[in-house]
Design a protein around this ligand. Sequence first.
Ligand code: NAD
Length: 211
Amino acid sequence: MFLRSDLDLVVECAGHEALRNLGPSVLAAGHDMLVASVGALADPTLETLLIDSATAAGARLRIPSGALGGLDALGAAKFAGLREVRYESHKAPGAWRGTPAEALVVLDDIERPTAFYEGTARDAARLFPQNANVAAAVALAGVGFDRTRVVLYVDPLATGNTHRIKAEGDFGHIDIAVTGKTLPSNPKTSMLAPCSLVRAIADLNQTLVVA
Ligand SMILES: NC(=O)c1ccc[n+]([C@@H]2O[C@H](COP(=O)([O-])OP(=O)(O)OC[C@H]3O[C@@H](n4cnc5c(N)ncnc54)[C@H](O)[C@@H]3O)[C@@H](O)[C@H]2O)c1
């Protein structure tokens, strides 16, 4: 019934499992879909299934900027030649509790910003699901999951969650950082993330769109 309705856009903000279970059928029904759970696309099987479903039905898969900024510049730089893309995440020790970070570093003993993980965006999305969405958005906007480097820091001085994109190429150099506060009602999620969905929906009806 829902899939047969005349819809401008389906917005997924329900979680990775919901995207895995329902995303392909939404796209296969020809509906454009805005995907908050972008980290799920680090699974190449799901990425291919979503893209193939959308392609076959002429639908589009849209990725919002979410908790970070700079994806527009990264996407433009890709056309001028991107050599290297790095995404850094700085969070306070408490934000890393209950994650594999605890096996790599003693969170309570950290006195200065300390990198505890460096690897590809694909591995980072799998090992650290709480950073998966941002790492995946950077990867999809730039040089892909296997060429994007991710560095995760525990930072006792952090006053919010800082997402930083650094990129190099023939175009020049990008260094963009966003330090976001989390939603008081949902400390897992940055305030900017739902706002970026609202912006993407609002843009559907705007004459002048800043992409
Ligand atoms: N792109 C980004 O930068 C970014 C930032 C934050 C969160 N996210 C992602 O957005 C998603 C939602 O995050 P959240 O913190 O709001 O999660 P949440 O768990 O707080 O909320 C998800 C809501 O979706 C509902 N839900 C689950 N399955 C559903 C279904 N099949 N149909 C309808 N509703 C369903 C749940 O009941 C819950 O109310 C997560 O995948 C999260 O990783 C992305």
